[in-house]
Structure formats: structure tokens, C-alpha cells
Design a protein around this ligand. Structure first.
Ligand code: IPM
Ligand code: MN
Length: 353
């Protein structure tokens, strides 16, 4: 097939891992006889430096016409002054909003060879395999913001429609898995969470009677994620809770460098990004873990290009690189040899069959 993919390297280790993502796409194209065309565009701090705008019009145009978009990472100390008016993250939030990708799917998979990389005990990690479905275009991230000398506010809003559509996405995914959905809110304090709970309680028995639904308050969920992670199948939650819980969940997998994500809406143009940030301290050093980026490519192949065989092949290639002992610094145990970002990528491509 032919496809156009917009690449947004962004900041920090974003360019390092985007390079790996591209290499894997090219390896897939060669092996399966596809022809992918790439448009590399500016976003985040790099775009602020070049054009004074974290999401320049050319980037928007490219993303809107592409078959899929891959993003490395945005942000860094250079642009993080709390008084800055223009910020890298605004570019990413605006892009998510423009593309209408309200459903951010974050799979958390634990490779048995990496249990030693997690701070949790191996017996707790046994059988962990969950999907966190994070609402991505609403809530406190997008509400009105105010700030003056003495006070500041961030408004959190959700509509019934926004809650219904994300719960449906999560419930459908649960139907294809173990049939369990855990909805996470803070209904004991927040009005938006009470609406979230009402909508979920009403919709689930009617539309998805076969799904086993559990509801947790977010503080308890943060604890249960560590005490009984294997119990979770699909978790659905609002934007900010999903952001926080998935960084926590990455420790089950051993490193933030292992978790990919797919952001999907009603159209096929998906946005694919590793969940890790720009990690400025290791940017350009060649030691970043490319697994999250490459696993995001697998999701891109699956969800936007409908290339399931290729997607599975990439996932198996990551698993085989790990089984063969390839370890970047973040997942290497004490005595293990560490490979570089490019060595890890080559090892993965070697296992692509
Ligand atoms: C993520 C990131 C972003 C978010 C930042 C960079 C705006 O942390 O994708 O998890 O908070 O959504
Ligand atoms: Mn985050």
C-alpha cells in the first residue's frame, strides 16, 4: 500500500526516537512491499525556536492530510519558565484537539524478561496486561485558564457526549479482551466525576451488558495499580487522571521508555506517540529507549493503516529483541550490558519477520 506519514520529532529525545521509528517503518515497507512517504514537520519547542509558534500552519496542514501522524516528544527546560506565554505543550494539545483524537489508548504490557527492571515484586507483576483508555481532548487540560498576581484557575468541564464516546471506545476494547472495565473518577469530590459516573452507570448495562464494570476513585486506583495490577483489563478515565496513572503504570513495565500510545478519533488519522516525555537530560546521547516509539509504530500500522500482520510483526520483533537480551540503560539490570538507541533499533529490525 501507499501511505503518507507525518513525522513530528519535537524536542529532547523526540528526534532520537523518531529516527528509530522511521527506520522501522522503512524496514516494514521493504519487507512487506509498501511505499510510505514521510513529511517531517516542526512542533513544540523546536517550532517555537524556528517560527515562534509551537504548532505552525504547515504542521497542521501536513497532519490533517496525512494517513497517520507520529510524534516524538515535546517540551524542555528551555521553554518551561512558568511565566512563559508560549509553551511547547500547547502545540501538542492543539494538535490533539484539531485532529479530534479524543481516545488515547495506552497498553501496559509486562515482558517477563523485564520484571527485574520494575521496582515491584515479580509475583505482583505476573499476568499484567492492561489498556488504559485516557480521554484526551477534554477536561482540565482544555478548560478556561486564568491567572493574575494573586490567584489562578483551571476549569474542568465534561459533557455527556464526551463521556459517552470515550466509555464506548473503552467498553468495545474490553469486549475484545477479558471483558472487564474499570472506570476511574473522583466522584466523591468533583462534579465532572459525578457526571462521568452517572453516564457510565447508565450506559454500560444497556449497551454492554456482558462487560463486568468496576468503579474506583482515582486515589484508590493509584494504589490498586500497584497492589493488584494483574486484575485490570481496560481502565477508562478522564484526561488528567489518565496522564498521571499511566506514568505510574509504566513502572509495571519497568520503564517509561516501554509504553506506546495511539490517539484515535472518529476518523482514521491517528496520532501515535510514546508516552514518555522529552527527557532533556539524555537527549542526543544515543541512550534513549526506542521501544515505546517503535511499539507506537506498531499501533500506527494497526489502527491507521490497517496492516495487522505488519503491526504484530513489529510487536514480536520488540519481544524477541528483549528476549535476546538487548537492554537500553533504563531497562538494564546491574550486570547487564547496555545497548545504544540505534543498537536496540537494529536488534528489533533484525527480528522483524
Ligand atoms: C503525555 C504528556 C503530555 C500530556 C504533555 C507533554 C502535554 O505528558 O502525553 O502524557 O500531559 O498529555
Ligand atoms: Mn504524561
Amino acid at each position: 500500500m501507499e501511505a503518507v506519514i507525518t513525522l513530528l520529532p519535537g524536542d529532547g529525545i523526540g528526534p532520537d526516537v523518531t529516527e528509530c521509528a522511521l527506520e522501522v517503518l522503512e524496514a516494514v515497507a521493504a519487507r512487506y512491499e509498501h511505499s510510505f512517504r514521510y513529511e517531517t514537520q516542526l512542533i513544540g519547542g523546536a517550532a517555537i525556536d524556528a517560527e515562534g509558534d509551537p504548532l505552525p500552519p504547515a504542521t497542521i496542514a501536513s497532519c490533517e492530510t496525512a494517513d497517520a501522524v507520529f510524534l516524538g516528544a515535546v517540551g524542555g527546560p528551555k521553554w518551561s519558565d512558568p511565566n512563559a506565554k508560549i509553551r511547547p505543550e500547547q502545540g501538542l494539545l492543539k494538535l490533539r484537539s484539531i485532529l479530534g483524537v479524543f481516545a488515547n489508548i495506552r497498553p501496559v504490557k509486562v515482558y517477563s524478561e523485564l520484571v527485574g527492571a520494575s521496582p515491584l515484586r515479580p509475583e505482583i507483576l505476573e499476568g499484567v496486561d492492561m489498556l488504559v483508555v485516557r480521554e484526551l481532548t477534554g477536561g482540565i487540560y482544555f478548560g478556561e485558564k486564568t491567572r493574575d498576581e494573586t490567584s489562578a484557575s483551571d476549569l474542568c468541564t465534561y459533557t455527556v457526549n464526551e463521556i459517552e464516546r470515550i466509555v464506548r471506545v473503552a467498553a468495545k476494547l474490553a469486549s475484545g479482551r477479558r471483558g472487564k472495565l474499570c472506570s476511574v473518577d473522583k466522584a466523591n469530590v468533583l462534579e465532572t466525576s459525578r457526571l462521568w459516573r452517572n453516564v457510565t452507570d447508565r450506559l454500560m448495562p444497556v449497551e454492554f451488558p456482558g462487560i463486568d464494570v468496576e468503579t474506583l476513585l482515582v486515589d484508590a486506583a493509584a494504589m490498586h495499580l500497584l497492589s493488584r495490577p494483574a486484575d485490570f483489563d481496560v481502565i477508562v478515565t478522564e484526561n488528567m487522571f489518565g496522564d498521571i496513572l499511566t506514568d505510574e503504570a509504566s513502572m509495571l513495565a519497568g520503564s517509561l521508555g516501554m509504553l506506546p500510545s495511539a490517539s484515535l478519533g472518529d476518523t482514521a488519522v491517528g496520532l501515535y506517540e510514546p508516552i514518555h516525555g522529552s527527557a532533556p537530560d539524555i537527549a542526543g546521547k544515543g541512550i534513549a529507549n526506542p521501544c515505546a516509539a517503535i511499539a507506537s509504530i506498531a499501533l500506527l500500522l494497526r489502527h491507521s493503516l490497517e496492516l495487522e500482520t505488519e503491526a504484530t510483526a513489529v510487536e514480536l520483533a520488540i519481544a524477541s529483541a528483549i528476549a535476546n537480551g538487548a537492554r537500553t540503560a533504563d531497562i538494564a539490570a546491574g550486570g547487564e550490558t547496555r545497548v545504544s538507541t540505534t543498537e536496540m533499533t537494529s536488534e528489533i529490525i533484525r527480528g522483524l519477520h
